[in-house]
Write a protein that binds this ligand. Structure first.
Ligand SMILES: [Zn+2]
Length: 437
């Protein structure tokens, strides 16, 4: 264990010089003079998360002092302020600083918490809370289509201020509500941000398995992700965008690591859908999370031109904010990663040494109303099991329970049961908070 950790650190020490020595062999607009040992001119802090999946209140189970969208919001604001601190220019020896906050998809998920949003109506609680986090761009995941394209359209339209939702391999033209958002520029293959003339492009991508695992209806999924992403990277590069980040939702970081060797021009990849924990020995983790020496933050891929590409992701449920501090030269070449300042930053509250206070707006307008609704639903018993409901956190309802719940719904609320969830170790009571309506 110790030896592999040392090897990991050795690999890290080797990483930065190797990266510095590489000439950038990419299309026009992104060239550096060959052989020049470039120095970081622009430090970009990439803050990111993925698979938040409507885990709005806290991380659940015994982790009530961790996670939660109100604490997450405060932490993101704090990390943005830290990244913009002018003293970083001296520490990092570079004149320019920039920050982007990105999501790599699966922002909401069926369950008691999102059910509160569906009952409330427009705008959804998730849209209200995520607006306050201050995302610059959000990749569309597969779960965004679980309630069909119109619920996704309402989710996107509920952001104030609006945020671009990205995917290069989704064609939403045949879905009127999503097509209208595309016309308004809120659904796009990519988004470009200008940091005093340094253009940074974010390209989104979704899993080609989307039609089989969700309900995109008339949304067409492009299957050749590598070719589609490369075409978008080339289009941006030709337009003078020198730094390109891939923010994908391909369902696992292994998919991203397999994609990078097929691409050129992507400087950093942020993966979504796998919720893998990437971390370094100096990162503080949530209790129960274990450092895996085979999964440092970042992992490194090698692109088709032989260049190293940092690949990152983080665990979902608003448990961590991922932070990658990447240094680029004047030509947009990635020349360094500040490993010490990079990694997952855990979302902590309570009396933890790194606790942040919940964001008051998000606490009052998202967490409290959602918690109140779930508490009310939890008091409403609609069926009783004769056996303890322990074991799996999610199981499909048996026929008897389905019928009991259907009777309940037909008598009162209406709606359609698609699944139900039992808390692990829960009692034999089934309440409406466990039912996805
Ligand atoms: Zn997913």
């Amino acid at each position: 264990m110790k030896e592999s950790l040392l090897l990991l650190l050795a690999a890290w020490l080797a990483f930065t010089p190797a990266l510095t020595a590489q000439p950038k062999n990419t299309p026009p607009g992104k060239k550096s003079p060959p052989g020049l040992q470039n120095k970081a001119f622009f430090w970009l802090t990439l803050l990111h998360n993925n698979d938040a999946e409507s885990q709005l209140i806290n991380a659940g189970g015994s982790l009530t002092d961790f996670g939660g969208i109100a604490h997450f919001t405060t932490l993101v604001k704090k990390l943005k302020a830290e990244a913009a601190d002018p003293r970083n220019r001296v520490r990092l020896g570079a004149p320019m600083l920039g920050t982007l906050m990105l999501s790599s998809g699966d922002n909401f998920l069926a369950g008691a918490e999102f059910n509160a949003s569906l009952n409330k109506g427009f705008p959804f609680y998730d849209s209200i809370g995520m607006s306050e986090i201050g995302y610059d761009a959000i990749t569309i995941g597969n779960h965004e289509f679980d309630f069909g394209p119109d619920v996704l359209a309402a989710f996107i339209a509920g952001f104030e201020p609006s945020v671009p939702f990205l995917s290069a391999n989704l064609d939403v033209g045949a879905e009127p509500n999503l097509a209208a958002l595309r016309t308004a520029g809120l659904i796009a293959p990519s988004a470009v941000f200008d940091f005093q003339g340094q253009l940074v492009g974010i390209v989104g991508a979704n899993t080609p398995r989307l039609p089989f695992i969700s309900s995109p209806r008339n949304v067409v999924t492009g299957l050749d992700v590598a070719a589609i992403v490369q075409a978008e990277v080339d289009r941006l590069t030709a337009a003078g965008v020198r730094i390109i980040i891939l923010s994908s939702h391909l369902q696992s970081i292994a998919e991203d690591l397999a994609l990078i060797p097929q691409l050129t021009g992507v400087d950093v990849a942020i993966a979504g859908g796998g919720s893998e924990l990437l971390a370094n020995p100096w990162n503080t983790l949530i209790p129960g999370d274990v450092l895996n020496p085979a999964r440092p933050y970042p992992l490194l891929g090698t692109d088709a031109a032989g260049r190293s590409v940092p690949v990152v992701t983080t665990t979902g449920d608003y448990r961590y904010v991922g932070r990658l501090l990447a240094g680029f030269d004047k030509f947009g070449n990635l020349v360094s990663v500040d490993a010490q300042a990079s990694g997952p930053v855990r979302v902590a509250g309570g009396n933890e040494p790194d606790a942040v206070r919940p964001d008051p707006f998000v606490q009052a307008n998202v967490v409290e109303p959602v918690a109140a609704e779930i508490a009310a639903l939890g008091a409403n018993v609609v069926a009783v099991s004769e056996v303890p409901l322990d074991g799996l956190p999610f199981i499909t309802l048996g026929v008897t329970y389905q019928q009991a719940l259907r009777n309940y719904l037909e008598a009162g609320l209406g709606g359609q049961i698609t699944a139900a969830q039992y808390p692990a170790g829960g009692s034999g009571r089934i309440t409406t908070s466990m039912v996805i309506l």
